[in-house]
Design a protein. Sequence first.
Length: 667
Amino acid sequence: MRVSVSVVGHSSAGKTSLVEALLHRAGAISRPGRVEDGNTQSDFSPLEQRRKMSVQASVLPLAWQGSELLLLDAPGFADFAGEIRGALRAADNTLVVVSAVAGVEVGTERVWATAEDFGMPRIIAVNKTDRERADFHTVLEELRSTLSGAIVATHLPRGEAAAFGGVVDVLSGRSSDGSALPIDLEELLETERARLVECVVETDEALLERFLADEVISEEELRAALLAAVRAGQVFPVLPVSAFSEVGVGELLDLMVSGLREAASRPPLTAVDGQTRDPDPTAPFSARVWRSSTDPFLGKVAYLRVWSGSLKPGQPVLNARRGVSFTPAHLYVMRGKDLVEVPELRAGDIAALTKLSEVGIGDTLCDPAHPLDYGPMKLPEPTSELALHPKSRADEDKLATQLARLLEDDLTLRFERRAETGEMVLAGLGDLHLEIATDKLALLGVNVETSLPKIPYRETVRGTARAQGKHKKQSGGHGQYGDCWLRVEPAQGFAFASEVVGGAIPSKFIPSIQKGVEESLARGVLAGFPVQDVRVVVYDGSYHEVDSSDIAFKTAAGIAFREAMAQAKPTLLEPVVQLRVYVPERCTGDVISDLQTRRARVQGIESSGPLSVITATVPLAEVQAYSPQLRSISSGRGAYSLKPAGYEEVPRNLQAGIIASRQLETA
């Protein structure tokens, strides 16, 4: 039997350390590595070893009680949501790791909600139960009050913090080391057993009838029903563990191999066109790419989850999303940092294909005779940006190529060249995400300096003004003559109209006047920012039978527009965003106080379990570097999202500084 499990949770909950303990307890490694020493099986890339943290998902197998477990160790930071969601998608089950000290955190809620969306069976491991200030029972109540579903304790700690020496099975009442049950645990054990039994029998009609009739239900029957409910995603067991001492790790392994589902027991998968495909090795081949990377020797490596059927070398494969077919010569499975070649891939395998330029994250690979597409992966939108400045001409020449590789391997990154500011801007899910991206560029031989991007200010008018624009030039032969009067006034968006009567300007020249105005919108009169939200009306003018031309009227329109705008109370506009901040309730006041210093308008505060959700409108300039500040305020437990909310006028007391800075920049 093979069981795949994504290991997820908030950062610093101890996921990688727990994976090391699981591998060691199962005999897959001779000694567990330490994140601090950079020698764990999961964090094998130079970036991870240097930063002492996971930045990519890794696949690690182990054998336990005749079964194979595939552990997908995912990063904890929300900045790496692409890797987290990919690991969740690739596995059949989820292990959510929670710190016994920190309790339920924002990252815990996020991965729980995502796993729920995917219909994943889940086990919760409360790690660090041996640490100072650990409180398993408080965390258990937090889990129940915050997360959805029937959350039950299947094991209780025998002692906590330095006294944590074993776990007690809730159903049997037996301690893992065979010692007598502490007296102070008896009442709690009875309470938790009653809760567990109640949740379990509610998932089985026959047992429920017997329970209501006060019939005796054996421990074996209850345990079998419990494991069936866990596999079905109806009950979510919680147990205490310590990655450091490995207390509870054996019980966690037992629960994973007996209570989690195999690939074949998953329900049929549905494609975007409504087709369904059973996770059956005899069905037509289909797989989905959940991660990709670029290797200097192997080229593009696509990591895929085989959903159905089987694949052998030389068998044709269709990339349904791109409409491209290829024939893989070699098939691999992952073992940490190593790729191991295999003769066949079957439903349930988490595998890799190499040297494939036409395969990307979210692509569906399938049998050409039975095409289908499972659709792209849904990923969060970027919240942070950096402007990239190549250090040399050589770096500039290589940037586009290497950045394209980076974007292919991480769909949560965005890149654009902003014409109005002349900057190359990389957007991601946080400052750490962008730091890692620039580190990866350096490893690819591209060195860049970074800065916050320039704010894309706009200009508009608050009043109405009229002005004449006349372009007259005589230099022998035909001259140039164009004369128009324009009225500029506030509007929503841009509008142009003609009120010319009596043939003061021939109608054939009106489009040229409009074009002259539209070209002038690119540079306003205050600081040269683009102009928006104006209505321009041409209402009078004059022409010359011989010298008037399209170019003359276009030039005249530009002169008139700039003059009228200068008189129509011009002002600066700045982009504003809607900000949603997720923080523990105790941090709400500090977050709001900080937002008020950022010119934010708080629109509402809602409760979501132990979290507060603060919604505010705030100028983009004030939250460009918000990620580290929020992390500091919330001790790493906060998260936020942004979405554009239009433009608003910059306060008068700030406009002079922005204009002066712009003039200095363009001098």
